[in-house]
Design a binder for this molecule. Structure first.
Ligand code: GTP
Ligand code: MG
Length: 138
């Protein structure tokens, strides 16, 4: 079955929303098949966010992602890549639809980089690449 990489970003972990995010994934019917909380460094994040290298928010994005622990998970189920993106809502939490993780639980705090609680892989290729990066042991 299809798998996607989910990250609960430092804002989500610090605000004690780990359980709430995992609850929504499970309530939707997906299965959590791997789960780990850890702090991460520049090397992993530079690879993870390679597509954003050179953009003005790249350095603040990495700084934000290193500001506290991250929860990394693999969620599994038919259609989970698109399904989790749908649960998460759009990137900007101010305009993300109510009912979504970002829309219900996120807001703009006036920081340089958007703090939007979660990450989800955006394609099958991204999912494969990101799962190998965050869970190299398989
Ligand atoms: P991720 O799941 O984290 O990958 O978010 P996303 O797929 O919704 O957004 P994207 O991959 O385009 O950007 C990654 C992260 O960079 C976002 O979650 C934001 O925190 C930040 N970001 C992206 N675009 C912008 C932007 O235009 N301005 C600012 N300030 N931050 C941005
Ligand atoms: Mg993205």
């Amino acid at each position: 079955p299809e798998r996607t990489l989910v990250l609960i970003k430092p804002d989500g972990v610090t605000r004690h929303l780990t359980g709430e995010v995992l609850r929504r994934i499970e309530a939707k019917g997906y299965t959590i098949v791997a789960l780990e909380q850890r702090t991460v460094g520049t090397e992993l994040l530079t690879e993870h966010y390679a597509e954003h290298q050179g953009k003005p928010f790249f350095a603040p994005l990495l700084e934000f992602m290193m500001s506290g622990p991250v929860v990394a998970a693999i969620a599994e189920g038919h259609g989970v890549i698109e399904g989790f993106r749908s649960l998460a809502g759009t990137t900007n939490p101010t305009s993300a639809a109510p009912g979504t993780i970002r829309g219900d639980l996120g807001r703009d705090w006036g920081t340089t980089v958007q703090q939007n609680l979660v990450h989800g892989s955006d394609s099958p290729e991204s999912a494969e690449r990101e799962i190998a990066l965050w869970f190299p042991q398989g």
